[in-house]
Design a binder for this molecule. Structure first.
Ligand SMILES: CC(C)(COP(=O)(O)OP(=O)(O)OC[C@H]1O[C@@H](n2cnc3c(N)ncnc32)[C@H](O)[C@@H]1OP(=O)(O)O)[C@@H](O)C(=O)NCCC(=O)NCCS
Length: 167
């Protein structure tokens, strides 16, 4: 399923942060939070190879991965995106912040933009997220964004689903 324009990666602008395509110049800063298939990059080369796979997944319509940029400093503070379910008109949201930006509200702002884009632009029918049952900050973030717990999975993960205003 091709959901996205191939020539024009969607940027989403908010008041404090914006969602942008990650550029080659961002990669070095993001090594510690660069993942693909749950494996973390250990160096620039690996992070860059992962980014190339992420870019291909976008072109194939399977996922969309943004860098969250501070509008004032233009620095990338973390990443978020939809990583599964798009072929069914649904989206699994994921996110990671660089640790130096924890506790400042950046992810709440970034995820709010991603949710709005998912509902309004992609027309997703359902948005969900999964996290470890002991991951307090992630659970707090999801609840703040109007997600509710829908399932406890056998591997210790909890699944959350976005409650939409009109549902
Ligand atoms: C999950 C994760 C993104 C949460 O990070 P976070 O810093 O708690 O989330 P936010 O950036 O939204 O910041 C919210 C916190 O900043 C505080 N804050 C400070 N200044 C703020 C401001 N100007 N505006 C809004 N909130 C502000 C809020 O009160 C809140 O603190 P609290 O949770 O103690 O009440 C982070 O822990 C992380 O990257 N973890 C590793 C990856 C992960 O677990 N991902 C989850 C997958 S679903």
């Amino acid at each position: 399923m091709k959901l996205f324009p191939t020539d024009n990666f969607p940027h989403v602008t908010g008041n404090r942060v914006s969602l942008l395509q990650i550029a080659e110049t961002d990669i070095e800063d993001l090594i510690g939070i660069s993942f693909y298939d749950a494996v973390r990059a250990e160096n620039v080369q690996q992070a860059w190879e992962m980014q190339a796979k992420i870019n291909q997944d976008y072109l194939d319509g399977n996922s969309i991965h943004w860098g969250i940029a501070d509008n004032q400093t233009h620095k990338i503070v973390g990443t978020c995106g939809y990583y599964r379910g798009l072929d069914k008109g649904e989206g699994e949201l994921g996110c990671v912040l660089l640790p130096q930006y924890y506790g400042k509200g950046y992810m709440t702002d970034g995820m709010s933009l991603a949710i709005h884009f998912g509902l309004q632009t992609l027309g997703l029918k359902r948005i969900w997220a999964a996290t470890d049952q002991h991951n307090g900050p992630a659970i707090k973030l999801l609840e703040r964004l109007n997600f509710v717990k829908t399932a406890s999975l056998c591997d210790g993960e909890i699944e959350f689903e976005l409650i939409q205003a009109n549902s």
